[in-house]
Design a protein. Structure first.
Length: 392
């Protein structure tokens, strides 16, 4: 017999449990909403991470462009799944997108103590920067020519003045304040000249032992052409400023010039400005002098047979901000005389105390023989001081 109560009021069917271990529908609802919230939070953080990564990438690109770096063309960013897969499956370091100043720190020693030297002289095939990292390559070019890549970071075999860029992985950055000069080897000199340019002979070229290594024969010459003579070699000086004042119509010319001399001159200018003497223009009255010119050219009064000018590490200078061809009144006493040259001497003395590696000769010269007062500065490697009236 059928139970009327059972047929008239059936019990509701029990719903199948979705999550085992939960005892009621209320617990199931709570668990479901918690799961939804967790998923939403995960998605929010995921999207935020992608947006932040893209923002940082755009900022890095902007900084790289401001720094003058060459940036690889943009590509479509990988999907989040690709990013995760890449981070899990590869251990390789990502390629450099641009080159920062910190990455170029190995070039800083080439700029000297002053930080204002813009060239480095090298013999063919020698290292440009011994501390260059293995992943860095030098890109060297003359003028508008396409640069040649040197993975070993060495100077080109062909003499010349080269623009320098640094390449790391896919990034390249032009170094606008540093040139690499490959020297013409000293052995190229024949009969006292290279080509049509007369140099003469160095004091110990024919034999004899020099009193120190600083008086040995030079290793090579900078070839100066009509095209590269205006190359900026430091903040205040160009190649042409140090050429011997003879053979005006002969090109190319050949020059000896020590980057250490430029460093000392720029550091001296910094000392002058720190002492309240603004410097806009420094005239090089005499820079490199070929042995031929040193012995016979122009006014030879007071010139030494072993003059440091013949070795490219000496110069006679004066401050000439007003451009009148004479020393300025640096001590503001209303006169232009040797006391103004002493102001430069004192600045150079301070440089030597700060930077002993730049030690050398400093001479004060009074007006004489058609020129005004000037100061001789060199980096011969040992201290020397004197006063004179001729040519330094």
């Amino acid at each position: 017999m059928t139970d009327k109560g059972s047929s008239l009021f059936p019990e509701p069917r029990r719903r199948r449990r979705i999550y085992r271990g939960l005892e009621s529908e209320r617990q199931e609802h709570i668990f479901t909403w918690v799961a939804v919230v967790v998923i939403l939070l995960f998605v929010t953080f995921w999207v935020g991470a992608i947006v932040e990564a893209r923002r940082q990438h755009l900022e890095e690109l902007a900084e790289a462009r401001e720094a003058g770096a060459t940036v690889a063309p943009p590509v479509a960013p990988p999907s989040p799944a690709q990013q995760i897969a890449s981070s899990l499956l590869t251990r390789d370091k990502p390629a450099t997108a641009y080159i920062t100043d910190a990455m170029l720190g190995f070039l800083n020693p080439l700029r000297g103590k002053s930080g204002k030297v813009y060239f480095a002289t090298r013999t063919p095939g020698s290292a440009i920067a011994p501390d260059a990292p293995d992943e860095a390559s030098a890109v060297l070019s003359e003028g508008e020519a396409t640069g040649e890549v040197s993975p070993d970071f060495v100077a080109p075999d062909e003499p010349g003045v080269y623009n320098l860029a640094v390449q790391v992985n896919q990034a390249t950055r032009q170094i606008n304040d540093l040139s690499v000069v490959t020297l013409v080897p000293f052995s190229e000199k024949r009969g006292g000249r290279i080509g049509l340019y007369y140099l003469g002979s160095w004091p110990f070229e024919g034999g004899g032992k020099p009193k120190s290594a600083s008086y040995a024969n030079p290793s090579g010459f900078i070839e100066v052409t009509l095209e590269n003579r205006d190359t900026q070699i430091s903040e205040h000086f160009r190649l042409r400023d140090f050429l011997t004042k003879d053979q005006p119509n002969v090109w190319p010319k050949y020059l000896l010039l020590s980057p250490n001399l430029l460093d000392k001159l720029e550091a001296t200018i910094q000392e002058l400005e720190a002492a309240g003497h603004p410097v806009k223009k420094v005239t090089v009255m005499s820079g490199f002098r070929t042995p031929r010119y040193n012995h016979s050219g122009g006014n030879t009064a007071g010139r030494a047979n072993l003059s440091r000018h013949m070795y490219g590490d000496a110069s006679d200078i004066f401050v000439d901000n007003d451009g009148n061809g004479m020393m300025d009144d640096l001590n503001h006493d209303g006169r232009v005389d040797a006391k103004d040259a002493e102001v430069i001497q004192q600045a150079a003395d301070r440089v030597e105390r700060k930077y002993p590696s730049l030690i050398g000769g400093i001479g004060v010269y009074s007006a004489c023989c058609g020129h005004g007062p000037f100061t001789h500065i060199d980096v011969r490697g040992f201290r020397a001081r004197w006063r004179g009236t001729g040519n330094g």
